[in-house]
Design a protein around this ligand. Structure first.
Ligand code: PGA
Length: 250
């Protein structure tokens, strides 16, 4: 993994306030001295911090992403929503769609698909999350679930080069449990094969997410075929987040 380009995505979920700028500053400083390695850091703070973070990351190698957006193209009367246009104007480059916590709150594959179309129209890049529940895993439905989430989410989409796929087994998110390396390696290979052959993405990028931390990264990085990590809890601490990045390249 040490020689390829790796994406590190920090998903802050519903955490962070004005003081979080200190945490970002530390990571900016680190990324400035760790210049030689090939990686990107994509910060996805809550909407309330996008503006502040956007001004801070200008002229650094850190990119900004939003955690969600409304599926409608035009700004309109949708109380409580944020459009792709608004996110784009703030200087963000990525938007997460299909996260299991958002799917849990009612986001369907159809909505994921609409959001992706809107994001592409607004020249934003996509982090598409997919993953199975524990009960689906036990019933051996994982591959079927993942294939459906990808096919339905990307239905009718022609421009597929700006999409990162984040495989996040739901039973792994926030639980401290990660898949067995052999099993994860097999799944990522299967996903890449499916993305190339059936979805016609030439060089698909697949990331892993779910309880990634500064300890288990030593194991996870053994999966050479991975293109990066989507990190929730451990990305709040600049020390742990930096540690994850450093250890990936050791
Ligand atoms: P976690 O979250 O790293 O806290 O498990 C990952 C995610 O939900 O994206």
């Amino acid at each position: 993994m040490t020689n390829k380009f790796i994406h590190f995505i920090a998903n802050w979920k519903m955490f962070g306030d004005i003081n979080s700028i200190k945490s970002l500053n530390k990571v900016i400083k680190f990324s400035n001295i760790y210049k030689k390695k090939k990686f990107s850091i994509i910060y996805c703070p809550p909407y309330t911090l996008l503006n502040l973070f956007s001004r801070k990351v200008k002229n650094t190698r850190i990119l900004l992403g939003a955690q969600n957006c409304h599926h409608e193209q035009k700004n309109s009367a949708f109380t409580g929503s944020i459009s792709a246009k608004m996110i784009k104007k703030l200087g963000a480059k990525y938007v997460i769609v299909g996260h299991s916590e958002v799917r849990d709150a009612g986001e369907t594959d159809l909505l994921v698909n609409k959001k992706i179309k809107t994001l592409i129209d607004n020249n934003l890049k996509i982090i598409l999350c997919i993953g199975e529940t524990l009960s689906q895993k036990k019933k051996k439905q994982t591959f079927k679930v993942l294939k459906n989430q990808i096919s339905r989410g990307l239905k009718g989409i022609k421009k597929k080069n700006n999409i990162l796929i984040a495989y996040e087994p739901i039973w792994s998110i926030g639980t401290g449990i990660i898949p067995k390396i052999f099993d994860l390696d097999r799944k990522i290979k299967y996903l890449k094969n499916f993305l190339i052959k059936k979805i016609k993405i030439k060089n698909p990028k697949v990331l892993y997410g779910g309880s990634v931390n500064h300890k288990n990264i030593t194991y996870l990085k053994k999966i050479d075929i991975l293109d990066g990590f989507l990190i929730g809890g451990a990305s709040h601490s600049p020390k742990k987040f930096i540690d994850i990045i450093k250890k990936t390249f050791i």
